[in-house]
Design a protein around this ligand. Sequence first.
Ligand SMILES: Cc1ncc(COP(=O)(O)O)c(C=O)c1O
Length: 361
Amino acid sequence: MQIEPQAFDRVLSSMCTEPHPVAREAAERFLATNPGDPGTYPTVSALEDDAIALLGEIAGLEDPAGYIASGGTEANIQAVRIARNRAETRTPNVVMPESAHFSFQKAADVLGVELRIVPTDEQYRADLEAVRASVDSETALVIGVAGTTEYGRVDPIPELGEIARSVDAMCHVDAAWGGFVLPFTDHEWHFGHAAVDTMAIDPHKMGQAAVPAGGLLARSADLLDELAVDTPYLESTSQATLTGTRSGAGVASAVAAMEELWPDGYRRQYVRSQNNAEWLADALEKRGYEVADPTLPLVAADVPRSTFDALRAKGWRISRTATGELRVVCMPHVTREMLASFIGDLDRLEVRASVPVMSDD
Ligand SMILES: Cc1ncc(COP(=O)(O)O)c(C=O)c1O
């Protein structure tokens, strides 16, 4: 096969990135390993313990339980599954803001729980009054997002934890994207800040690990027990993961990236990405577009559909929010030069649009 994957030089919409060189190298070395079978693949299984210990350190959890999942989707599904299995009612509900990732829709569908979706406030954060009004004695889980997919916003996690506790529900934080930048901000988002029970935090996003490397963290091992099934033909006794065979490459690359980058490398990357986001927001604002403040390295701006389409036609991999705004994620592969070139293309399109069309007649 001669085909090469896409280059990253015009990718502005992805929440994944080029793996760090040490992560790439580790992934290649561990390509043929399966942490789903620890009796046969003990080395990668021990590496997974290291990955969880490192993720715990990042997320303010001293004695973490968890595993390296296929991504944020699996981690979110499993968190809903833990809460559903813990719930004492047969008709549990899950309360989350409308900004939460669509993986929770999948979770609700697969697990048969009622999803109660509440609005966000003018800052695109979970509206606490709406959350309070939606929870009841059958609420199994309250979800907060720490780094939303569309606007990069952080929900008021301590308050959501308190609301969850007030009805004996669990609290899950989706930091799948934000978890590797939030440690360098003032936001309260993790286990040390709030009554959080479970978290999605993905090395294969801002953590610069190879795909697939998602992370599920739980405050205590007994929460993972809610997921465990017996594994008769394996030398281990039970399995809490959703998939059976799993990617050892993902596990190894997550450990390699975190050992290399936590904390200083990630801090430097956060500063670079955040500066880039602010530069882009400023450049768009100066051109008259309405921009949602980049509280984390993600910019959303009200760019007309025709301009968006023209930029995509020029090869820019950009995407739109549910309400149609241009969305640019300043991932580690996104450089200032790329953004300057993007703005250059935008300016050329606008000049063309403002030149009157000459007609022959
Ligand atoms: C906040 C958030 N949660 C979950 C996910 C799903 O992650 P994955 O695509 O790795 O399953 C995403 C994906 O972008 C996300 O932004």
